[in-house]
Design a protein around this ligand. Sequence first.
Ligand code: ADP
Length: 693
Amino acid sequence: MTTLGTPRLMAAWQRQLNRISAQLDKALPWGSGRRSLWAALISLVLAVLATLVWLAGRYEASQVQAELERDTADAVSDLRSSLSRQVQALQALQSGHFASATWQPEALALLRDNRDWLRVEWRDKTWQLQAFADSPLRAPAFERISRNEVLNEASQACQRARRLNGPAYSSTYFLPQSDGLGIEVMELCLPVTQNGEWVGSTVVTYSLQELLTERLGRTFGRKNELSFVEPDGTRLAIAGAQRRERRVFTSQQLVDLPGNTLLLRMDGRRGEPDLFPNVLTALVTGMSIALITVMVLLTKDARRRLKAERDLADALAFRKAMEDSLVTGLRARDLQGRITYVNPAFCQMVGWEAEALIGQNAPMPYWPPEMVDEYQQRQAIRMAGNASPREGFESVFMRQDGTRFPVLIIEAPLISVQGEQTGWMGAVIDISEQRRIEELSRASQDRLQATARLATVGEMASLLSHELNQPLAAIASYANGSLNLLKDPQAEPQTLDDVHMALRRIAEQAERAGRVINSVHDFVRRRDQAREAVQPQALLDAIAPLVNLQARKLQVRVHMRVDARLPAVWCDRTMVEQVLLNLARNGMQAMDSPHCRDRVLVLQVQLAAPGQEHAGVAFSVTDLGAGIAPDVAAQLFNPFFTTKPEGMGLGLSLCRTVVEQHGGQLEFAPHKPVGTVFRFTLPAAGSQTTHTA
Ligand code: ADP
């Protein structure tokens, strides 16, 4: 469709569609460009979630590490307090009991109490051994190697003790045992003073192994592996659980002793952190699942939206195609009467571009100037809501070139989604073509009618002469009869009566001929026929003389059977008489053959349906002639079809027209054993419907 305004409008539409499709592409997450963006987003979210889980694990590990550090610190402090308690016990041992007799049992008691002690010695100032006691709980430690060979560490500790005037510990050293193994030991030297004067030293040999087991093993050894280690990592003694877990947490702390520093190491072995190691991780995981679920839902939602948008775009394109293909002009106006929309068909109709029309208010550019006042009033009425919606009205619009053209406008209220009226939508149909066709058709109709009337006049003229033959023949025979009677000079008075009667008949037949002419004249003029209620008997009575006339000539017996108590029929009397006459004449002529010996014509009138007066009255004309051959039957009612040399072939055609004008149907059927029966029905007076000729 091309219009002045259409190219620009189309371009605007195209731009709008392009914009929509571009927006759709942007919103399209599965589009080539968007796909990677979504992939990046998903991997980012996954990375964040993984980091969160990892951090939660880390946090848990750091918690475990901190606990281990605390345990180690506790262990160190426990160890120190144990050692200082032991120092106090030693001080009790040496306070005043220098007699070796009492020293020995007390030392043994101490050795029993302290399983980590291997041996207690009492040495005098000159480093001479005054007394000693080995632990009764185990084999003597200095069996394989004599004590004197390994006194070096002890003497160094004692020198330090003297300097410090307090307990001092030696470095650790390895002491081979008689069972082939060895133990790591450490010496404690406590100076013995008497009256403020140094008199000797008490030396205790510690087993580092037992020290760990006794002092820390019970408290810390269940969960951890305890060990004294050297700075290079060499283990001097080990105690506590040695679990085979993969994850090891280690904590080392120095045990600062006078004269020696031990390095206590605690190895905490823990299993792999669980997938949900603690509430935090569970929380993070739960949130992650929730996040992923939300993302999945969002994606689904985005897909649904996308589909909806595509459908919308389809619907929009469909609407546009529809609007473009419409030949009906569409024009929307807001409540103030301003044009808000016009379709291409409207633009084409009025010859203005859409841009020039949109936003316009009354008077519109397509209103003929001479109609502006009237249109403004009409618009005011419509805007006031007084016009009935969807009722079409005709109007005249003006094209841009000034030509006027008629239009049909159908307006309906524009209802928004919220159900409020936002304006009016008008469908405008250019009816100038329709008007032209109507004009043409009216003219040709008139011409056709005139032609038809002429044709009918021709038909009627022939018919007239045909039908007038009968009354004229009757008149002629009555006139001849009368003349013959009058010829006789001795005519009796009876003869004069006969002449009177013949003259009356002549007058009747002349009147009848006049009625025929009038009736046909009316028919030609196509005015309503004069209908009246007529008794069926009267109809038969009227045609009886003519029928009998012909019957006598053709030696036919005529039977007229009219049922009693028949209702009157509503008909054009003259026309129906003609029908009956025609049928009777045809029937009699059909029997006019040497082969037909039984010449009987039956004219019968009865109710169309027994007992139902309103169904009408049925007339039938039955002859015992040769019947109607099928090829004749096919064209029986065609005008000018006849099988008789002198026939005109108009009788049955007219009969049918008349019967049909009376709302009935003319039918014929073979009569058994020979002959034909013609039937038709007329409406009973009072139940008739009006038929126009
Ligand atoms: P017309 O009587 O002038 O021939 P009609 O229209 O009355 O014209 O009849 C047409 C033809 O139909 C007749 O020529 C005749 O052959 C046939 N026809 C009409 N009525 C009968 C009848 N009762 N029996 C046999 N043929 C008939």
